[in-house]
Design a protein around this ligand. Structure first.
Ligand code: NAP
Length: 291
């Protein structure tokens, strides 16, 4: 018999992920702080609940997809949180990107209730969420991971077990280091080509299939050239992830010089009130340096 699912947080990512689970035939109980955002999933067959606690009471596996560490703490450990309703042997899968340390703290609280937790953050953006092609990096108990794999396989195309509790979040932060440092390289290559009088579109065409190619070059590069700063992934969320990475690195005394620099440049975007724009707005911060 299929596990009964709960889904908390129906934002840009959570809503399409939940719709894919409904499409796959799972029974899903949903909760979203702003109630109107539940409408689409209810139309698709989800049952609404009044609180995270009420979701947990009816679910074998509860998925959370909210913003930051304090938000996961609130929906899980808060007054009407998951922990107030969770049953023995149920599983919380937190798919938000949050602090690895907070993840471990929440898991320990759930363990006191004989419940389990996996940290399973994702990469692939809203298109990956819509198409069910996300990359999912999972930390926690391996047997619990195997139990939840049929659910994760609906949401993602690449589901990787990476190790103990919190390591899913660590690998997600590695992903963010790769993504943002590469983003900076793309900005520099485009500005350099433009200054030298080379059409940056031609530069992208010529380099994208070679060793310099990347997702950022092929997807963010053309948007930078068109000055299309509409968000796929916002500067605001990127700054949150860079903060999480730099905090963890600081605790381990691991220098991240390139990431520190990108963080400063994204802060410059924030100073110019560009935090709701997509991460391709990074090019504006670098362009400002030459003015
Ligand atoms: P979003 O559209 O802003 O949605 C956030 C959701 O969390 C909303 O449903 C919001 O409820 C809920 N929420 C936030 N704080 C809450 C709280 N304290 N209590 C209850 N509900 C709360 O964000 P998103 O883009 O879906 O991102 C969700 C997570 O996925 C983040 O950790 C993000 O870093 C990660 N992520 C995002 C992307 C992307 O491309 N967007 C890609 C990979 C990973 P309301 O509707 O009431 O505001």
């Amino acid at each position: 018999m299929k596990e009964r699912l709960g889904f908390i947080g129906l934002g840009i990512m959570g809503q399409p992920m939940c719709l894919n689970l409904l499409k796959a035939g799972f029974k899903v109980i949903v909760y979203n702080r702003t109630a109107s955002k539940m409408d689409n999933t209810i139309k698709a067959g989800a049952i609404p609940a009044e609180s995270p606690k009420a979701v947990a009471k009816e679910s074998d596996v509860i998925i959370t997809m909210v913003t930051d560490s304090p938000d996961v703490m609130e929906v899980v450990l808060g007054e009407n949180g998951v922990i107030q309703g969770i049953r023995e042997d149920s599983v919380l899968i937190d798919m938000s990107t949050i602090s690895p340390k907070v993840t471990q703290e929440i898991a320990a609280e759930l363990q006191n209730k004989n419940a389990h937790m996996l940290d399973a953050p994702v990469s692939g953006g809203d298109t990956g969420a819509i198409n069910g092609t996300l990359a999912i990096m999972v930390g926690g108990n391996k047997k619990i991971f195997q139990r939840c794999l049929p659910i994760l396989n609906i949401i993602g195309k690449t589901v990787t077990y990476v190790g103990n509790q919190g390591t899913g979040q660590i690998v997600k932060l590695c992903n963010q280091i790769l993504v943002s440092v590469t983003n900076m390289a793309v900005c520099e290559a485009i500005l350099f080509a433009q200054k030298a009088g080379v059409d940056p579109e031609v530069m992208i065409r010529a380099t994208s299939q070679g060793a310099g190619g990347s997702w950022q070059l092929s997807n963010l590069g053309p948007k930078m050239i068109k000055q299309d700063f509409s968000p796929g992934f916002s500067v605001e969320l990127q700054l949150k992830d860079l903060r999480l990475a730099l905090e963890s690195a600081g605790k381990m005394e691991q220098p991240l010089p390139a990431l520190t620099l990108v963080n400063e440049l994204f802060l410059l975007n924030k100073d110019h009130r560009e935090e709701k724009e997509g991460t391709q707005a990074l090019i504006k911060s670098i362009a400002r340096l030459s003015k």
